[in-house]
Design a protein around this ligand. Structure first.
Ligand code: FAD
Ligand code: NAI
Length: 473
């Protein structure tokens, strides 16, 4: 078998890998990208977790289930009524699959457009030689001086309860449940637990989420987490905190979960299906990392510096397989920066300004520091908050839950954090991230003319609130 030479080989075509490949090709490098994900027909399905069993399909189901919820519970107040509302779960899931396929096809098109050579199959190291690396890409043999590892992550299972994707589900099975379960259990009240719990609650499942930590949404600003807990409880999500799972048993009728509640009392949860969403583990098993001495940490993640350099010359790693938040946009930013560094440019990622979004209803989004982080740092700050109930557009939408909260330095007024719970928080957070990237003060936002009526006026009003001079509240 003859070896094909490239300037760069990227292993993994998730958001970290495919974006790195495209940017490297744009910068004039001869690039190969290898990815092993298969669609139902055994064909290539580039896009990684994000496209196949993550960001995109989860948002498709969140959208469908939200339409159903609106039709059932919220349209009546607009004078719109419908009888006999039904959900065809199979059709909803088929639509989600079609959305996924559009994205897979889009990436294959982008590879062609940018002249990235795509290999479908497993990528692994064979040996280091001649100042570069020999690699396997499916059946092909490749050589490159630069390698970008972007192999992503997989769901972590509970000890003693492996995923069967029928009854005990990872994010994969959770996105293709064939009909609404009567009772659904979730382990872990993190991002997946809340998003998937919301989907199936809206479709009629009785949802219980068991969370080990005593505090709800610990990474979010405390004010936002408190509001979210209140709203989710009202919606009917039963979230139990501070639990300790002792045993998970699969029976004929479903799953039973034995656990101790926060008081230490023994409890049992009987559900038809159980989604386990307790975090993810990096994918490094298939890489043959030992063959070249690529350094992994105790979790199996690839060890990198701030520039995504590994311990090996010419080998980089980005995305979920390295330290930092497991987010698609963080993976993409690292992919671009690495491609630019390989081209001798100064790629840059501002890890302090990676936004977080949880696509529940209401949406939750933040960027920068939380109030509790600023307190822990002993940094003097001012807070300004504006509720959506006082925003005309939110009232017209009929979606007035939540608020925008801004945190600014007490002396300089520089924005340090933005925290939003409410309608379209995912979109509103971009203005805050941009303002913070330009080192704006809260006064800068307060002085900008925001269109009326728009939800973004709440951000302006929160900025005015930092100076205790809101106009509409
Ligand atoms: P991945 O997307 O995991 O891609 C890695 C690719 O490498 C895969 O295709 C894999 O098959 C392939 N691969 C692995 N090993 C090899 C090998 N040896 N050879 C060849 N190919 C290999 N993030 C957000 O920012 N927003 C969201 O809304 C969001 N929603 C999510 C919802 C769910 C249910 C889940 C599970 C995750 C979600 N995420 C979200 C996280 C996001 O999906 C990940 O952070 C992102 O996909 C990481 O990108 P990556 O390129 O590092 O890895
Ligand atoms: P997560 O880290 O968000 O949440 C896991 C939760 O499980 C935590 O609250 C943790 O305390 C809890 N937990 C851990 N072990 C437990 C146990 N034994 N029993 C009970 N609870 C336990 O991880 P999750 O939800 O699995 O998602 C993985 C990652 O995927 C996220 O961290 C995020 O990076 C990404 N993601 C991002 C989304 C977004 O950006 N909207 C959506 C979904 C996932």
């Amino acid at each position: 078998m003859s070896t094909q030479n490239f300037d760069v080989v990227v292993i993994g075509a998730g958001p970290g890998g495919y974006i790195a490949a495209i940017r490297a090709a744009q910068l004039g490098m001869n690039v190969a990208c290898v990815d092993e994900w298969e669609n139902a027909k055994g064909g290539p399905a580039p896009g990684g977790t994000c496209t196949n069993v993550g960001c995109i399909p989860s948002k498709a189901l969140l959208q469908s289930s939200e339409h159903f919820e609106h039709l059932n519970h919220h349209f009546a107040e607009h004078g719109i009524s419908a009888d006999n509302v039904k959900i065809d779960v199979a059709k909803m899931v088929a639509r989600k699959d079609a959305v996924v396929k559009q994205n897979n096809d889009g990436i294959l098109y982008l590879f062609k457009k940018n002249k990235v050579s795509f290999f479908h199959g497993r990528g692994s190291f064979v040996a280091a030689r001649d100042g570069g690396y020999e690699l396997k890409a499916g059946d092909a043999s490749l050589f490159a001086k630069q390698v970008v590892v972007a192999t992503g992550s997989s769901a972590r299972a509970l000890p003693g309860a492996p995923f069967d994707e029928e009854t005990i589900l990872s994010n994969d099975g959770a996105l293709r449940i064939a009909g609404t379960p009567k009772k659904l259990g979730l382990i872990g009240a993190g991002v997946i637990g809340l998003e998937m719990g919301s989907v199936w609650r809206r479709l009629g499942a009785e949802v219980t989420i068991l969370e080990a930590l005593p505090a709800f949404l610990g990474a979010a600003d405390e004010g936002v987490a408190k509001e979210a807990a209140k709203v989710f409880k009202k919606q009917g999500l039963d979230i139990q905190l501070g639990v300790k799972i002792s045993e998970v048993k699969v029976g004929k009728a479903g799953v039973s979960v034995a656990y101790a509640d926060a008081k230490g009392d023994a409890k049992n949860l009987e559900v038809d299906k159980l989604i386990v969403s307790i975090g993810r583990v990096p994918n490094t098993q298939g890489l043959n990392a030992d063959a070249v001495g690529l350094k992994l940490d105790e979790r199996g993640a690839i060890v990198v510096d701030d520039d995504c350099k590994t311990n090996l010359p010419g080998v980089w790693a980005v995305g979920d397989v390295v330290r930092g938040p497991m987010l698609a946009h963080k993976a993409e930013e690292e992919g671009v920066a690495v491609a630019e560094r390989m081209a001798g440019q100064h790629g840059h990622v501002d890890f302090a300004l990676v936004p977080w979004v949880i696509y529940t209803s209401p949406e939750i989004a933040w960027v920068g520091k939380t109030e509790q982080q600023l307190k822990a740092e002993g940094r003097a700050y001012k807070a300004g908050q504006f509720p959506f109930i006082a925003n005309g557009r939110a009232r017209a939408l009929g979606d007035t839950t939540g608020f925008v909260k801004l945190l600014a330095d007490a002396q300089t007024d520089e924005l340090l954090g933005a925290h939003i719970i409410g309608p379209y928080a995912s979109e509103l957070i971009a203005e805050c991230a941009m303002a913070m990237a330009f080192k704006a003060s809260s006064e800068d936002i307060a002085r900008i003319c925001h269109a009326h009526p728009s939800l973004s006026e709440s951000t302006k009003e929160a900025a005015l609130a930092v100076d205790k001079r809101t106009l509409n509240f």
